[in-house]
Structures are given as structure tokens and as C-alpha cells.
Design a binder for this molecule. Structure first.
Ligand SMILES: Cc1ncc(COP(=O)(O)O)c(C=O)c1O
Length: 277
């Protein structure tokens, strides 16, 4: 992903090579900042309102000053306008600075990773890794903060073991989510996905898939499921803003079947996101 455009609160567009944060920004010192990653289709950020709402909630839960969502939306528009592509990834940040001055809003537009279409074609290999079930409020369930080193370490461990990505399970083997994705699987006409009560992130794409699935006549069950349910599924896939709906074809070295739901939902997601373009 190449950084194409950057807009900063109070300053507007800046050169992407220019440093924009204080050296003592809490985002750097402690990972205390809220962020969002949004997929941009034809210069339109998909479900931006939902992303801004989640960012505002994350900021509140981390204890940051209230997020200025209007400013973030304006910066997003400026950065999208300045990038030379309509299909991109938009990242929004709300950081408290050093906690004494004003917070900083940032909008970053980057090119999309180039290998996702090939990965969608082939399907992802996942491994199950023990993760944290955020059962207490101070474990920040459902919060998207810049403390993502653990998530990135899990992804790296999956790659080290020859897989593409990880899926977290708790101590009892209950399926949670991926480091940057929500997880789904299908048995016959029913789709299953872990419930938000498990402390996972309320994915914006997850919410979109929930809506689109009923339009495609799938039943959806949200709940608490053991890993064996995922392993024994007819098909499985992940959902996330930039990777969209991505089939899973292997779990812990065992093949998983391919099926129609992932392709149908990916097509429906694209159709909704690019409506009128
Ligand atoms: C931990 C986690 N779960 C799920 C998701 C998927 O969320 P969304 O569909 O809003 O991109 C993400 C996105 O980055 C994530 O970090």
C-alpha cells in the first residue's frame, strides 16, 4: 500500500512525506488513539457514517476527547479528492496529542494491496491462534485503537506457519475473530458468525454482510461456537473493509470446501458499494 494523500486537522492537505504528529503523541507513546480503515469505491467511502460512529465510540472508550467527526469527514473528502485513484483505502485517526493540547485528526488515503484479487481466487489459509476474549471493559472489547501490535504479531505468526492469516479462539476454543477480520461459515442455508457479546469488533462489513445475507435468503445465526463448527463447515469466509468478503479454503492445514455464499456476498457487497457508479 502506497500513501497517496494526507489531510490533517487545522492544516488540510499536506505532503504525504511530511511528519504530522508530535514526538510525544499518546498514539506513539502508548498506542492510545482511535482509528478506522474504510474502503473507498469510485471516490466514495463505503459506510463512512458507520465508521465515524465506531471511531467516536472507540475514542470515548479509550478516554480521549470527543472525536470531531465532522472534521474527520471533511479531511477524508480532501484526502480522497487529492489521491489520483478512486479505489483506495482511507484510514482515519483521532489522537489526543500529548494530552495537554488539542487532539489531532488525520485522514490517510493509500493505494489498495494488489494481491487481494488473487487471494480471493485461491482462498485464504487460516490457522487458529489463542486470543484474548475481552470480557472486561478495561480490555476494550469492540474498540479499534492503535494498539494493534498483538494483532500484527498474530498475522506474522500465521505467515511464519505458512498460512495467510489467523483466527482467534479463546481458552475454551470459542471462535472469536481474525486479527483484522470477522469470521463466518456456512452450513446448508445458514450462516454463522461469532456474537458481538464475545468482545469482538463490530465490523462495518460484518453488519453489511448481515443485511446482504438476508436479501440472498440465508439464515444468519450469531452466537458462541466451538472451533469444530468452523472446521466442519460447508464453506467459510472472512469480512473486512479492505479485504471485503474473502473465502477461507484451509483451516489448520485441513481443506475447507468452497461454496457459493462467499462469492454471492462479495458480489452483493460490491454492487451496493458501487451503486450508481
Ligand atoms: C479485530 C478486527 N475485527 C474485525 C475487523 C473488520 O471490521 P470492518 O469490517 O469494519 O473492517 C477489523 C478491521 O480492521 C478488525 O481489526
Amino acid at each position: 500500500m502506497t500513501l497517496l494523500a494526507v489531510a490533517v486537522g487545522g492544516r488540510g492537505l499536506v505532503d504525504p512525506d511530511e511528519p504530522v504528529l508530535r514526538a510525544d503523541d499518546e498514539a506513539l507513546l502508548r498506542g492510545r488513539a482511535a482509528f478506522e480503515t474504510v474502503r473507498v469505491y469510485g471516490r466514495k467511502p463505503y459506510r463512512l457514517t458507520e465508521h465515524l460512529e465506531r471511531l467516536a465510540q472507540s475514542a470515548e472508550r479509550i478516554g480521549l476527547p470527543a472525536a470531531n467527526v465532522l472534521e474527520l469527514a471533511e479531511l477524508a473528502a480532501q484526502a480522497i479528492g487529492a489521491a489520483d485513484t478512486g479505489d483506495a483505502s482511507l484510514r482515519l485517526f483521532w489522537t489526543p496529542g500529548n494530552g495537554e493540547g488539542a487532539p489531532t485528526a488525520l485522514a490517510l488515503v493509500s493505494s489498495l494491496p494488489t494481491h487481494y484479487d488473487a487471494l480471493r481466487e485461491r482462498g485464504q489459509r487460516l490457522i487458529a491462534l489463542r486470543g484474548v476474549r475481552a470480557e472486561e471493559p478495561w480490555l476494550l472489547p469492540g474498540v479499534k485503537s492503535t494498539s494493534y501490535a498483538v494483532n500484527m504479531a498474530a498475522e506474522a505468526e500465521a505467515r511464519r506457519q505458512g498460512s495467510d492469516d489467523a483466527v482467534f479462539v479463546d481458552r475454551e476454543g470459542v471462535v472469536l475473530e481474525g486479527p483484522t477480520t470477522n469470521i463466518w461459515w456456512r452450513r446448508e442455508r445458514t450462516l454463522y458468525t461469532p456474537a458481538l457479546e464475545l468482545g469482538i469488533l463490530a465490523g462495518v462489513t460484518r453488519a453489511a454482510v448481515l443485511e446482504l445475507a438476508s436479501g440472498l435468503d440465508y439464515e444468519v445465526v450469531e452466537g458462541t461456537f466451538p472451533l469444530a463448527d468452523l472446521a466442519g463447515a460447508d464453506e467459510a469466509f472472512t469480512s473486512s473493509s479492505v479485504r471485503e468478503v474473502m473465502p477461507v479454503t484451509e483451516l489448520d492445514g485441513e481443506a475447507l470446501g468452497r461454496g457459493p455464499a462467499a462469492d454471492e456476498l462479495q458480489a452483493a457487497l460490491r454492487a451496493e458499494a458501487t451503486l450508481g457508479q
